[in-house]
Design a protein around this ligand. Sequence first.
Ligand code: ZN
Length: 561
Amino acid sequence: MRMSRLMLKTLREAPSEAELESHKLLLRAGLVTSFAAGLYAFTPMGWRVIRRIEAIIREEMDRTGAQEVRLPELNPVELWEQSGRAQSMGQTLFRLADRKERGFVLGPTHEEGMSLLASRHIQSYRDLPVTLYQIETKFRDEPRPRGGLVRLREFTMKDAYSFDADWEALDASYAAAYQAYVRIFERAGVPVIPVAADSGAIGGKESQEFVYLTEDGEDEILLCPKCGYAANAEKAEFTPPPPVPGAALPIEKVATPDQKTIASLAKFLDVEERQTVKAVFYKVDGNPVFVAIRGDLDVNEVKLKNALKAQDVEPMDEAMVRRLGLIAGSASAVGLEGMPVVADASATTAPNLVAGANEDGFHLLNTNHGRDWKADVVASIALARGGDACATCGTPLEVRRGMEMGHVFKLGTLYSESIGVNYLDEGGERHPCVMGCYGIGVERMLAAIIEANHDANGICWPGDVTPFDVHVVALNLDQDGMTPALAELEEALEASGLSALVDDRPDSAGIKFKDADLLGIPTRFTLSPRSIEKGGIEVRDRKSGDTAVVSVAEAVGGLKR
Ligand SMILES: [Zn+2]
């Protein structure tokens, strides 16, 4: 490709709206252009990289025996009503109606569609296992599209779904997808770590995310520096500090004027925060829930949601608090009526905790679970924080930020049951297939590749995703012998099956070299009257900056993969 013909515009400075390094470089290198928040168009250069990323994903998925298919992006809404997600996905779903007012959704993911396709083909245990995948556009009405290509409203996702006879067989399909992911990220040059992820309230069993650690990531990851335990904050387990021991003492009401927070209360009474119990009010699927947790801990709302098998958990609104007569700052489960009490195990095992007296300005000393109050549900619902003890080895956990790059998930039978993907076993008995699902976002991968592979001068593409194999900078093309020399080089490259971006523009060497660094193709050839005089072509490695002048044959031979 001659650069004089390529539709490409590089920028010296990144537009001010770009914050992430990848976003800046995507714009500066002219790979994308924004149409609206979360909507991007790809230029020829940008699209070449996307195609290379897709090729890696395709190769590695095919290698596991997964089969590529294609589903419609426009889904009848009935399919989503069947699974319950027409409701549970809420406003994230893009909905529309056809001319006959029939409802449709634009697929944000395709568990339903893939299940429908599989249900038409899977009949007996002989049809299993099967893993299907597609690389297709997804639509999500994200409230906050951000970070260039990191969070989009229209994006490409490789989504794969496995169908197995039982959980044991699913383990093998899951392991195969996991291995494919390890290879995909390695080839794409994105260093990732697998972290345990939340698998939801219903059906799911095991779930891992592949996370690229970066300070700019949206996800909080807790890592154990000793044993390697890694989980996202929603899922992370930890061992809370032990309670202050002691035999149960008699309950006692004390005046605590103006002590509305745990910190001020603990100071006022000269106790540790772990010697208090905190009351948190929630609205769970529309109903009030009283949560009791030790004062030094916070509630993990995802764990709470899972413990209650709920769809929706949100802090209780003022109106409901008032209607129920809850005394914020002095509430407790002692003597509480009219709503279920959910307790973190921390609040039920510690003796003699300070709790609210359900009376403004008063607290109770020495409350004990079992004697003074009783939780309806006891569960592990505390949020892990940096410095908390690793549940496996006790080492303080570290907090890191990361970007979720891929997700593997043992789904179970939720969709096979609702959509009807069943098989007959050897005895002729009918069972729902056990499903797994596996996703990778393609555009986000492009962003992470740039995040992980750039320097002060621009992008440094890993070899497997580079838009061209070589960047040829041709200088002084108007001088004698240069045109045939360039033609000879282009022929040699073509004969070797190598793709080249040839900078034949009349610009200065300085501008051309700057653009070559910015565009980031791993190898640069410089062809000039001077290089010819020295014996051929100057070959420069983008990453190391090493240069050497070699013959055309040697230069082209060195590029072959
Ligand atoms: Zn550990």
